[in-house]
Ligand binder design. Structure first.
Ligand SMILES: Nc1ncnc2c1ncn2[C@@H]1O[C@H](COP(=O)(O)OP(=O)(O)OP(=O)(O)O)[C@@H](O)[C@H]1O
Ligand code: SF4
Ligand SMILES: [Mg+2]
Length: 337
């Protein structure tokens, strides 16, 4: 009889192990670890503009090489994959970038865009029916197949981008701000689409976003990045209900402030990350001497991993005491710095 405890656990689908990525002398990502299991729903990656989220996504996709650390696909270092494994990595891990940034070739019709990455050469009929199926999967009318990107709405373009990723029967979607260019109602529809596609196709997702509501809906686990480092990780619900890093708290508490910024907000300056000690200290209401002297390492606090010297205090301090100034609050949400 097989003892369940003796069945070896499958390695995660994709993982970053302590990766560091630099652009010239600038270290954009430092010591970041993220694990994404197969078919287990979403992992969120949250953080303000410039915190290094896209750089992590590009490293996970093998588009840039970390200067330290390892990216593993099904347990293997992606730099040493053989031809067969590399081709299944390319098919199974699909990017879904935000509409804009030339995500779609402006000269390609929808049907060409959707089948762009498919290497096999199916017959015309098979191809047409596959395109029709993929468009139906993402909630688009098949009549749009012959349109060019500029003849579509932003929401329709984002659905085409998702259909193109699905064409390769992926196991993991790496979604970089998939809804941030869209208005609120379209955002909600795309989020619902991702949720149903995830369940239908047993997909896992790495979701990069500034939108905490979307992370809460799609991701069981989340990581919060600040200045190139993960500052807090854990179950998304716990991060939202009992954040233990002052920055996570600020992100969470910033949401309801959007409607009512006081006039004084404009005179308060956004503070850049500090380059020694804790990078968040210039903005942190809980900062003390140790925060200037020593960079906090990630450590376990209850269900989270947190990089903060005063995490226990941050968890138990009332919201108003850890909320940054309103300009920072707006920055945290919009991602503009
Ligand atoms: N190709 C590049 N060359 C030099 N610096 C870069 C390059 N790409 C990104 N950076 C810098 O690296 C840092 C992280 O950038 P990244 O795009 O990963 O941030 P992000 O969290 O995705 O931001 P956003 O929310 O605005 O998309 C930023 O300071 C950015 O200016
Ligand atoms: S280590 Fe210090 S400065 Fe950094 S977040 Fe914690 S309390 Fe604030
Ligand atoms: Mg980005």
């Amino acid at each position: 009889m097989i003892n369940e405890n003796e069945i070896p656990l499958a390695p995660p689908l994709l993982s970053a192990e302590r990766i560091t990525v630099s652009y010239g002398k600038f270290q954009a990502v430092s010591d970041v670890s993220i694990t994404i299991a197969a078919g287990r729903g979403g992992v969120g990656l949250i953080g303000e503009s410039g915190s290094g989220k896209t750089t992590v996504a590009r490293a996970l996709l093998g588009l840039i090489h970390p200067h330290a650390g390892t990216i593993r696909y099904r347990g293997q270092d992606i730099t040493s994959l053989n031809r067969v494994d590399r081709s299944s990595f390319r098919a199974e891990v699909q990017p879904v970038f935000q509409d804009g940034n030339e995500a779609l070739d402006p000269r390609m019709r929808v049907q060409q865009s959707v089948m762009e990455g498919v290497k096999s050469r199916p017959s015309r009929e098979t191809r047409a029916s596959r395109v029709a199926q993929l468009l139906a999967d993402v909630g688009l009318d098949g009549k749009l197949a012959t349109r060019l990107p500029h003849e579509l709405s932003g929401g329709q373009r984002q659905r085409v981008i998702i259909a193109r990723a699905l064409a390769l029967s992926p196991k993991l979607l790496i979604l970089d701000e998939p809804t941030s260019a869209l208005d609120v109602t379209v955002q909600a529809r795309i989020t619902a689409l991702l949720e149903s596609l995830g369940a239908e196709h047993d997909l896992s997702m790495l979701l990069i976003t500034h939108n905490l509501a979307i992370v809460q809906q799609l991701c069981a686990t989340s990581h919060v990045m600040f200045a190139g480092r993960i500052v807090e990780s854990g179950p998304t619900t716990t991060l939202m209900t009992s954040p233990a890093h002052p920055y996570t708290r600020a992100l969470r508490d910033a949401v309801p402030q959007l409607g009512g910024l006081p006039p004084a907000a404009s005179s308060q300056m956004w503070q850049p990350p500090a380059d020694s000690g804790c990078a968040f200290r210039a903005r942190c209401p809980l900062a003390t001497e140790i925060c200037s002297a020593q960079r906090p390492e990630l450590r376990a606090v209850d269900k989270q991993m947190v990089a903060c010297h005063h995490a226990e205090k941050a968890r138990s301090t009332p919201a108003s005491a850890t909320t940054p100034n309103p300009v920072t609050a707006l920055t945290l949400i919009s991602g503009d710095s």
